[in-house]
Design a protein around this ligand. Structure first.
Ligand code: ARG
Length: 457
């Protein structure tokens, strides 16, 4: 098959080279953006008088037809046409004849592919922000029902202090809030337009780059053509934001897996998000959060992959850059589906408040509060800490918890104990006492919830 760039060549391409250098197998995903970019470009070519209006009209109609064929799955792509750009140009010329060849005036595939990716990431970043909103909304709805649900809070995965379940879940709300902010901020740089940079040096034609940028909804024109065609920062930035978001998703997923274990039984995920075992009939496995946890690995890998491709690359375009795409598509797909899983999984899970409460009733997570109690009575914190350590040890040796001791037992360890110690030690009191801003007391959590809601609107 003859190539769009065939003029200079006397031999045809080696078969394996043709197959392996072609990117159409994955960059067909840029078809819509490629056509969008071409439509803006051709409009500009006519406006500036570089081509006739009638020619531009023909090209525009042709591009729309090609797009329709693409949507109807009727467009035939070939490795011989290498990538989405040449496949579409080829289809256009087949559709409207040689005038289609005027589309590529004053443009190169180098600024074209960069433009496509800017448009692609802009669309997907906006979609991902919406999906993060859905997850945050699910967290808020769940939290509203569990401000007063108490479970152990952990450090080192050891029971530390009891907390409100809403408080625990809202921690994730703020992680996703920062993830959204990162994506929103990166939109500033995603919205730069490389179109019109040409191969690397600009073009001899009197093009209007501001016009095409505005047509495409991009709000800044790269001031340097060499930077325009070789910049992939915006993809790196997207991938690193995605890695951070997936890290958050993996942490929440891990908690879901632990919470659903027989040992915890704090939550149960809906059947629709779990699978069974082919041999053990009793099993209900939390496959979805397990997969989300694991997929963080590929998203991190995609980031490191592209960083490594770009490291040490000379200006301007190099074929190496074609390797930017598969990782980007995979990261977009993985983060998108992970968020799509997460929102309904949160909304549909069962919270086992009794199990959670039972856990705090049978642990020492109220120990800090006895220390604070003694401090209130004027005893230095260090001394109080030592006393409580001894009380806890006494309990462990006698198979008891702090609320099961008698006042006389307490008095053995320190004079200052009175009967109000028992009220202080109830998990509800322990939680309610932490009413500092950002603390776990129901009052503080309700305030936090209001703030969270105001961020969503
Ligand atoms: N398929 C190529 C890529 O994705 C498009 C740009 C090709 N440019 C070139 N000079 N070969 O990077």
């Amino acid at each position: 098959m003859s190539k769009l760039w065939g003029g200079r060549f006397t031999k045809s391409t080696n078969e394996l080279v043709e197959k392996e250098t072609a990117s159409i197998g994955f960059d067909y995903q840029l078809a819509e953006e490629d056509i969008q970019g071409s439509l803006a470009h051709v409009k500009m070519l006519a406006k500036t008088g570089i081509i006739e209006q009638a020619e531009a009209d023909l090209i525009e109609q042709g591009l729309n037809k090609v797009f329709q064929k693409f949507k109807d799955n009727e467009l035939e792509f070939t490795d011989a046409n290498e990538d989405i750009h040449m496949n579409i140009e080829h289809a256009l010329i087949e559709e409207i004849g040689p005038v289609g060849g005027k589309l590529h005036t004053g443009r190169s595939r180098n600024d074209q592919v960069a433009t496509d990716m800017h448009l692609y990431l802009k669309k997907h970043t906006e979609q991902l922000i919406c999906l993060m909103n859905d997850v945050q909304r699910a967290i808020i709805e769940l939290s509203e029902n569990h401000v007063e649900t108490i479970l152990p809070g952990y450090t080192h995965l050891q029971r530390a202090q009891p907390v409100s379940f809403a408080h625990h879940m809202l921690a994730y709300f703020w992680m996703f809030q920062r993830d959204k902010d990162r994506l929103k901020d990166s939109l500033k740089r995603i919205s730069w337009s490389p179109l019109g940079a040409g191969a690397l040096a600009g073009t001899t034609f009197p093009i209007d780059r501001e016009f095409t940028a505005a047509e495409l909804g991009l709000d800044f024109v790269y001031p340097n053509s060499m930077d325009a065609v070789s910049d992939r920062d915006f993809i790196l930035e997207f991938m690193s934001s995605a890695s951070i978001a997936m890290t958050h998703i993996s942490r929440l997923s891990e908690e879901m897996v632990i919470w659903m274990s027989q040992e915890f039984q704090f939550i149960e995920l809906d059947d629709s998000f779990c699978t069974g075992s082919s041999i053990m009939p009793q099993k209900k496995n939390p496959d979805v959060p397990e997969l989300l946890r694991a997929r963080t690995g590929r998203v991190n890998g995609n980031l490191i992959g592209l960083l490594t491709v770009l490291k040490g690359l000379p200006l301007a375009y190099n074929k190496d850059m074609q390797e930017d795409k598969e990782g980007m598509f995979d990261t977009v797909h993985t983060l998108t589906t992970s968020l799509q899983f997460l929102a309904p999984m949160i909304s549909s899970m069962t919270v086992n408040a009794d199990r959670m409460k039972n856990a705090v009733d049978t642990d020492f997570s109220n120990a800090t509060d006895i220390a604070d109690y003694l401090v209130d009575k004027g005893i230095p914190f260090r001394e109080a800490h030592e006393v409580i350590g001894k009380i806890v040890l006494h309990c462990i040796q006698n198979n008891q918890f702090l609320l099961q001791l008698e006042l006389a037992d307490y008095k053995m360890f320190h004079e200052a104990f009175e009967s109000d110690i028992f009220e202080t030690l109830k998990p509800e009191s322990v939680v309610s006492a932490r009413k500092s801003t950002g603390g776990t007391a129901p009052k503080a959590v309700s305030k936090q919830l209001e703030l969270a809601k105001s961020f969503l609107n």
